[in-house]
Structure formats: structure tokens, C-alpha cells
Ligand binder design. Sequence first.
Ligand code: T46
Length: 142
Amino acid sequence: YNSGLLKFRKIGSPSKPEWGFLTPIESMQEIPFDVKRIYYIYGVDENEVRGKHSHKSLHQVLICVHGKVDVRLENFYGNETYTLNDPSVGLYVGPDNWREMSNFQNDAVLLVLASEKYDPNDYIRDYDEFIEHNQKRYGVKK
Ligand code: T46
């Protein structure tokens, strides 16, 4: 599968809960690629839907570091909606996943780690083109 949840370490102190937590993420350790870019999405209205595209070769990990957001992924294998609301959880999204982010709640901040620098030519923003692209790559769905 070219997507799925990753559970990161959450370093705290059991005897001192007020100390809080720290989650470290290293390239090729916690995540399966080298990070060349980060960006974050925030200030999104609850009824807005972002994304609505796929990538031809980009690998990413999405982490909701504050608040809550739903991410729907569609790929050759099917459809899955993930609710991200835990900074120690990341959603790995490989190439050929249509993605939609919705229900941004409580001033959600969505942090994204990306395997490549920004390249507008890596995007497929047309849904029919996405389906066609995946059929060429993975075959026709039975
Ligand atoms: C993705 C989801 C999860 C840049 O100039 N540099 C960048 O690195 C990025 C990511 C975007 N931009 C510009 C391009 C657009 O003019 O920022 C504007 C908004 O980008 P977009 O409409 O693609 O935003 P989203 O939230 O629909 O998608 C973003 C990422 O673009 C995409 O790769 O997987 O977040």
C-alpha cells in the first residue's frame, strides 16, 4: 500500500507530566524518505476542503500538530478517511493518492514533510486524469 498511519515516539516524563512531550522525526528512520521541504497549513475554515489532487512521484507525511483534521485518500486499492488529532501520529501518503483535507477544527495546524521541493508539474489536479493515470500504472480495477 502507498499510504498509512505512522506512530512516532512521544518522549515525556512519567514522574513529571507537566514537562509535556517531544516527538523526534529523522529522515529514513521514522519516515521512509529524506525530507527536502516542509510546509504547514493553518487558519482554514471548518467548511473548507483543501487538496483535491494527487502527486505523480511525491512522498509526504502529514501530521496534525494542533487541533483536528480529516484526510480522505483515494488510490488504486480504495478509499480511506483518517482523522488526525495526535501530534505523535503521521499519515504517510505516497504517489498516486487523491487527497482531500476537510473538517479543520480547533485552529488546526497541519504540518507536512515532503520528499521533494515544490514542483507544480508533479500535481494531477483533474480527477478524471487521476483515474486514467492510475489505470495506466496499476491496471483497470475489477
Ligand atoms: C498536498 C497537500 C497535503 C508553494 O508555493 N510551495 C509549496 O511548497 C506548496 C505546497 C504550495 N505552494 C503554493 C501553490 C499554491 O499557489 O501554495 C498555494 C497553495 O497550494 P495548494 O493549493 O496546492 O494547497 P493544498 O492545501 O491544496 O495542497 C497542499 C500541497 O500543495 C499538496 O502537495 O499534498 O497540501
